[in-house]
Design a protein around this ligand. Sequence first.
Ligand code: FAD
Length: 508
Amino acid sequence: MKKPFSILIVGGGTAGWMAANLMAHKWGDRKVSITLLESDAIGTIGVGEGSTPYLKGFFKTLGIAESEWMPACNATYKCGIRFPHWSTVPGYESYYHPFFSPLDREIGQVFFNNASLRRSGLDAPANPTDFFHAPFLSSNAYAPLPEQPLPFELDYGYHFDAGLLGRFLRDRAKSAGVRHIVDTISSVERKGETIEAVTAEDTGRHPADFFVDCSGFRALLLGSAPGYQFRPFHETLFNNAAVTVQIPRDDHAPLLSETISEGLSSGWMWRIPLQNRTGCGYVYSDRFLSADGAESELRKTLALPDSAQVNHLRMKVGRVEEHWQGNCLGVGLSQGFIEPLEATALMLVQFTIEHFLEAFSPGRPEVDHASREKVFNQRINRLFDGVLDYVAGHYKLNSRDDTPYWRAAREEIVISDRLRALIDCWDKNSDVDHMLDQAGEELVYSRASWYSLLAGMGRFPKNLRRADTGLQQESEEVRRFCTGNLNRFRSHQAQLDQLSLARQEAEP
Ligand code: FAD
């Protein structure tokens, strides 16, 4: 009998278990054996608790209902990200990046209309992003799923406990037939581009036909490849460290359905609301702040008790040139990382695995170097670079002057020609929509996201058309529409309680 095609996944963080599940789902009924090997001595990074809406597709592919996984992972809904203290423009001190793709096409006009109204001294919400999302989602406690149908669907992502999600995905993968080994790899055996085996301390040599490197920042397998190239992003993204803490949930406050990413002195701090706790982390640049300085600023900002345990992390920000090299695919932190401002890492993980599953067929003659480059690596690189542009935009557009960090983040940052052209186009009130259409997939983020960022910072061209009464009426109609739909949503907590109930009822 022919030996099954063997795949060895190295690493059992979120990336490793996501890969194991998607591969088992696609190839589980074929002649493929999948093993995941992880080290309990090394452990996982233990952060990564916010997603983009893209993660919905992961659970959908695997047929996992929200009522199955969300209560198990203390997960909450995420309708967007709020950014206080990035802009100093009066009225725009806090902006919002909502996940509301269906209104994508109209959004630009509303942003400009509001700015024109305000310029003309007429009434319009200070921050157009607030205006748009507030009635539906807000900083408050609404779940993105309407009780009664809406004329459109709202997009959303999730917050979750990374440790619990890892365990959930591990159990799921094992029940789908994935073998699990706990051991620490001490060496990688190669013949040129091809990895033949890895050797682990207790269990010895593990040969395989294909390897997936999910070993985190160590990049244990990819990093040992001949000609390994890593492209750092440090000239664009200055942050390279984080200090994190978990605080108990305030039971008296409403459960937020958004991440808060607040600008601090030399970076920014996330607050991710889970059902039982809030995860917080200060992402900073060690060029401007020491680890001790970051920790004490975090403690002060959150008024932490002395007993609160914090965790310091280093971040390797950049990407490899070749995510798929020979018989090895890098997934997760091993392939690259863009700092977590837009919580995009798991989206990149999922995208990488999905595209690999499309491009690769176990046992089929090897895909040659040229097509790997064309169909796969370049595509993943474009996605990384598109996300990089969007994240870099937050720093480039900041208007803070109070610390050297924020000035440098605006003035010294190296941005791509594409991002510069987009900002110029916006400043001149040229055809931004046309430019976004032309760039298509390359810019990754949708029109609404770019408008949220640019307008949310309070940056508008000088030559906006003057507001007239028609404009005011239009704006009023949108406001009425938004407010009118508010009662179609149940509270965030009520929605989560319903999921928990459904889970209990489904349990034997
Ligand atoms: P890890 O979690 O580091 O796992 C590595 C695995 O490799 C472990 O199982 C380890 O045991 C194994 N391993 C390593 N060496 C060996 C060895 N020698 N032998 C055997 N096994 C080995 N992402 C988001 O999507 N949203 C966010 O909000 C977000 N926030 C973040 C905040 C910070 C500060 C950082 C640093 C990252 C954040 N991320 C976020 C990224 C996210 O944490 C990772 O993408 C995700 O956790 C996947 O990590 P990983 O599985 O690649 O690596």
